[in-house]
Design a protein around this ligand. Structure first.
Ligand SMILES: O=C(O)CCC(=O)C(=O)O
Length: 423
């Protein structure tokens, strides 16, 4: 299949900013609708998440050539990113509350030199029904993003002002989507690959002109592993396929793209009444309305228990069935959900943090549950775990006994940890 690349420039240095102080990146996000924050995901988590995802990629497929995998939404690698104290802190800086809900959206991965495609530039928030900032999407690349790998591209400044006005004028038809199953999935008809039509034929003349202009303005967000890319959901964005002309020397030999989507929004937004206000007049409360409905929160917990994906938006359940698939696992009993995960599902502040407290700049929120050492065990294969268990002193018979279990690796880890605890 043909791939198509555009000549649009990659990101300039001014858009990739340090994590602290936060104000410059907050200002950039507000003004341009996107920002790349340097080194947010802790380096050991970058390595761990990538190792876990590579392990799980052996068992799942991605949706078409876009590299999008809903099946990995609840993979351990994706949760390593979501549970990162630094990622949580970035969203705290953004929304000024630590009562936050996390998205359970896709992972994006593409094997080295695999066929690449893209869904084209689009919006994930309908400009007519949802005109105000209500969602800021995040993406953490676990591998470097360069023109040779492709990655996420955005149209700077397309979230607001004159550019948004033009989008609405040229694509008045998007208003007809309101209320339907495509309400927030607003395709702008550009740059779709693979396709022999780069500007979608269904567009009016004005729509085609807009598509062309957006394609010219789009910027590939070059980034390093562990950066946090943020973009307002009103910003035009999409995947960019690798540039055929770019230098591919030095690229990894297994995967060229691996990124976890991660988005957090205030718990208060899960209340339909609060949302109506926000959508009508832009009122955005930080705290929850007394007696707010918890229906969406309960649905989030169920989604986690069933290990099924939602989408990019943690508080809006309207299109939570758009991505399918899960790694086959048993339903997770509610009482086995780790505390920090439960907080991210229900929007509760982690127990270690008194309500209203402010995490220190650059500091960690004290809500980690799984120790790094345990997580590293998760990427070992069966033979390695058997060796580790035996070396720790687990009896051979006990090891043999678990070889019939449903999840042999988990049972071996349990034996290993029990033995270590005795020591
Ligand atoms: O990075 C990509 O390939 C597309 C991502 C995207 O559209 C999204 O996260 O909403």
């Amino acid at each position: 299949m043909e791939t198509k690349t555009t000549s649009v420039a990659p990101l300039t240095a001014k858009s990739r900013l340090p994590f602290q102080p936060a104000q410059p990146w907050l200002d950039h996000l507000k003004e341009h609708g996107f920002v790349v924050i340097q080194g947010v995901l802790e380096p050991e988590r970058v390595q761990l998440a990538a190792a876990l995802l590579k392990r799980d990629m052996e068992h799942v497929t991605t949706e078409g050539h876009h590299g999008i995998s809903g099946a990995l939404a609840h993979s351990e690698g994706a949760w390593v990113v979501r549970r990162s104290p630094n990622v949580r802190q970035a969203f705290f800086e953004l929304w000024e509350t630590n009562a936050l809900l996390v998205s359970m959206d896709c992972v994006i991965a593409r094997r080295a030199f695999a066929e690449a495609g893209t869904e084209g530039l689009h919006l994930d928030q309908n400009p007519f029904s949802k005109p105000y900032k209500e969602c800021v999407q995040g993406m953490v690349p676990l591998l470097a993003v360069t023109p040779a790998t492709g990655g996420l591209e955005v149209v700077p400044g397309s979230h607001d002002g004159e550019k948004k006005k033009r989008q609405k004028e040229c694509r008045a038809d998007l208003e007809d989507q309101v209320g339907g199953h495509l309400e927030d999935w607003c395709m702008l008809g550009t740059n779709q690959v693979p396709s022999d039509e780069c500007i979608a034929p269904f567009l009016t003349e004005k729509g085609k002109q807009l598509a062309k202009q957006l394609e010219e303005e789009a910027l590939l967000l070059c980034a390093e592993p562990g950066d946090l890319i943020l973009f307002d959901s009103r910003t035009v964005h999409g995947g960019r396929v690798p540039d055929n002309q770019a230098d591919t020397s030095g690229l990894p030999t297994d995967f060229h793209r691996m990124a976890c989507t991660v988005c957090m929004t205030p718990k208060a937004f899960a209340d339909p009444e609060t949302m109506r206000e926000l959508r009508n007049n832009g009122t955005r409360p930080k705290e929850c309305r007394q007696g707010m409905s918890t229906a969406i929160l309960e649905k989030r917990v169920e989604k986690f228990q069933k290990q099924t994906p939602t989408n990019h938006c943690p508080h809006d359940d309207k299109h939570w069935t758009m991505h399918q698939g899960a790694i086959a696992r048993h339903q997770i009993p509610r009482d086995q959900i780790p505390h920090d995960v439960m907080c991210l599902l229900f929007g509760d502040r982690p127990a270690a943090e008194p309500a209203g407290s402010t995490p220190e700049a650059g500091g960690h929120l004290a809500n980690e549950v799984a120790p790094e050492a345990l997580m590293w065990l998760k990427v070992k294969n069966r033979a390695e775990l058997m060796r580790d268990a035996e070396a720790a002193g687990v009896a051979k018979e006990a090891i043999c006994d678990v070889l019939d279990a449903d999840n042999i690796e988990d049972e071996l880890i349990k034996l290993f940890l029990q033995e270590k605890a005795k020591a």
